[in-house]
Design a protein around this ligand. Structure first.
Ligand code: OXD
Ligand code: MN
Length: 589
């Protein structure tokens, strides 16, 4: 009997008409073979992979994409639910029939002369009951190899699926990399994504944003769990006790640096479990437990260096898991290593920039694209938590939300309770970054850092968060942070990076009930001297400014929040509207 999985592959073969079909087994031998083929193949006029200096960066390859295909394209990303309301004002919507007709038109015969890769993979450790089975089809060998790093590819997925029809279907073709024929279509009700015309991670590695966030957030809504744009870390204190946190920040706001943090405070250590996505379930004991569905990091290269993220530098130089891929960085020709702004203070004299041109050292242009990336296995990470593959996940005591704001949002505050925390997360605004195409630096509302990733109406999503709170017996504390406050001269006021551990220590003290807090209009604030600033040269006035609620700034903020809330009409939960009304009263509006 033909299984649904086999039928799907047959159907795809008929549609795409490839010269060959290759089903991945996930082995190291296979990955080495594919990397060899990729070094001899050209796509879109460029060789797919180039081997880098094996001594400096073992198992590493360089990939340069089309310069029109370097970031997520939110304007070309659609959620295709039966009605527009189900997708919500937070998503672009297209009728599912129309979307399928459009995509099928692009897909027809698109793999003539190419190989169709069938990638069976599991999101989450395959032993976990929370893990999900998936199949992606692609004609990009770069995507196939990247999927091996980012997910658990291979036989285990085929075994888990067996004769069942319950698996995610991800259909991808890089097409001719033409932005006019580029779409990423999600069909949450059908557990299906169709993506055409882009090889960029967030658009093409369909297990990541498309499945583990957009589709999974919808599954979580239906099944009673949460799929979130969050890091997972365990923070060990000097007595050896580990407290697990989740952290949600918009793209390119330091999530990976926080996930691999080396604390400045003596005796503290961060254990890494995930740097981008968390699936959160209510465990048998009534607490929230999180697993990381991914198996790798797809991180922003610029700004990653020994000062900012020494653990990632070690991860990238580790040879445990094959392969590591650098995309759209520059290359230092003197030793064939990848280079990006922030990896060293010195700029090498003989470099090729991300577009393949000789780099002019005196130019003001960056050598690496600001959204250039590395794709590396989580198993290469020296601070990987021993709990990383625990099928139950880890119990969460604190949730940190954040955004990138030069003003208004204080360095840290705590929400009074779960519902106030949901409100706090629902009003996040953040300056846009290079992770998505479009203008950089504009403040936009990005609730829970999920605006580009929530696969259904965000009003319903907020209600789902409130409902989860009712099911949990021991709720985590919720905190808001902003590492990015600037002074009148445009200088960052807080050192950030390693020093963020000082703020996390305060959170642990709050979770353990060791310190009190002062109440202000927007939440609970550290008492005087409660943040450990030992060894840090920061003025008292600076700390005061960092922790101040500026009423005039907040009055402007409330206008933006009200506009955002209004878009959701009666889908916006009453509880959150009441919180907003209460905040206005406190601010004297
Ligand atoms: C990412 C993103 O790549 O958020 O993680 O864009
Ligand atoms: Mn992300």
């Amino acid at each position: 009997m033909t299984t649904p999985m086999e039928l799907f592959v047959e159907e795809m073969q008929k549609l795409f008409q490839p010269d060959e079909v290759y089903v991945m087994d996930g082995s190291q031998e296979e990955a080495e073979r594919l990397a060899d083929i990729a070094q001899k193949s050209e796509v879109d006029g460029r060789v797919v992979l180039r081997k880098l200096n094996d001594k400096e960066y073992p198992n590493s390859y360089y990939h340069r994409s089309n310069s029109n295909d370097v970031a997520r394209t939110e304007h070309l990303t659609f959620v295709c639910t039966p009605s527009e309301t189900e997708a919500g004002p937070n998503n672009n919507w297209m009728d599912p029939k129309e979307a399928k007709a459009k995509m099928t038109g692009f897909f027809k015969g698109a793999m003539k002369g190419r190989t169709m890769y069938v990638i069976p993979f599991v999101m989450g450790t395959p032993k976990s009951k929370y893990a999900k089975n998936c199949i992606q089809i692609t004609d990009s060998i770069y995507v196939a190899l990247s999927m091996r790093v980012m997910s658990r590819v291979g036989k285990q997925a085929i075994e888990r699926i067996g004769g069942s029809s319950d698996f995610f279907r991800g259909i991808h073709s890089i097409g001719d990399v033409n932005p006019d024929r580029r779409f990423i279509m999600h069909f949450p009700q059908e557990n299906l994504v169709m993506s055409f015309g882009s090889g960029y991670g967030g658009n093409a590695l369909l297990g990541k944003k498309c499945y583990s966030l957009r589709i999974a957030s919808y599954l979580g809504y239906k099944e009673g769990w949460l799929a979130e744009h969050m890091i997972i870390v365990g923070v060990q204190d000097p007595n050896g006790k580990v407290t697990y946190f989740l952290g949600a920040f918009p793209s390119a706001c330091g999530k990976t640096n926080l996930a691999l943090l080396e604390p400045v405070l003596k005796g503290y250590k961060v254990w890494t479990l995930g740097d981008d996505i968390a699936w959160i379930n209510v465990g048998e004991d009534g607490r929230l437990y999180a697993i990381n569905p991914e198996a790798g990091f797809f991180g922003v290269a610029p700004g990653t260096g020994l000062k900012t993220n020494p653990v990632m530098v070690k991860t990238l130089k580790n040879d445990k898991f094959f392969p590591t891929i650098f995309t759209n960085t520059a290359v230092d020709n003197s030793n064939n290593t990848p280079w990006w702004e922030g990896v060293s203070d010195e700029v090498p004299s003989d470099m090729t920039d991300w577009q393949g041109q000789k780099y002019d050292k005196d130019s003001s242009k960056a050598a690496a694209h600001p959204n250039s990336r590395f794709t590396v296995s989580i198993y290469n990470c020296p601070t990987l938590s021993p709990e990383c593959d625990n099928p139950k996940g880890v119990p969460i005591s604190g949730i940190i939300f954040g955004g990138r704001r030069k003003d208004t949002i204080p360095l840290v505050y705590e929400a009074k309770d779960w519902n106030s925390g949901v409100f706090t997360a629902s009003i996040i605004g953040s300056e846009t970054t290079a992770a998505s195409s479009g203008q950089v630096g504009n403040v936009r509302r990005d609730p829970m850092a999920m605006l580009p990733f929530c696969g259904y109406n965000m009003g319903e999503y907020f209600q789902h968060w409130l409902n989860i709170g009712k099911k949990v017996q021991k709720l985590p504390k919720i905190f808001m942070v902003n590492w990015f406050r600037k002074d009148e001269n445009g200088k960052f006021m807080w050192p950030g990076f390693k020093d963020n551990s000082r703020i996390i220590k305060w959170m642990i003290d709050r979770i353990e009930g060791k310190v009190g807090a002062k109440e202000a209009e927007i939440g609970l604030f550290p008492e005087e001297n409660a943040i450990d600033l030992s060894g840090l040269d920061i003025k008292k006035e600076t700390m005061e400014k960092l922790l101040k609620v500026d009423k005039e700034d907040w009055k402007k903020e409330v206008v933006m929040i009200e506009e955002f809330y209004a878009k959701f009409g009666n889908k916006m939960p009453v509880d959150l509207r009441n919180h907003l009304a209460e905040l206005k009263k406190k601010l004297g509006i």
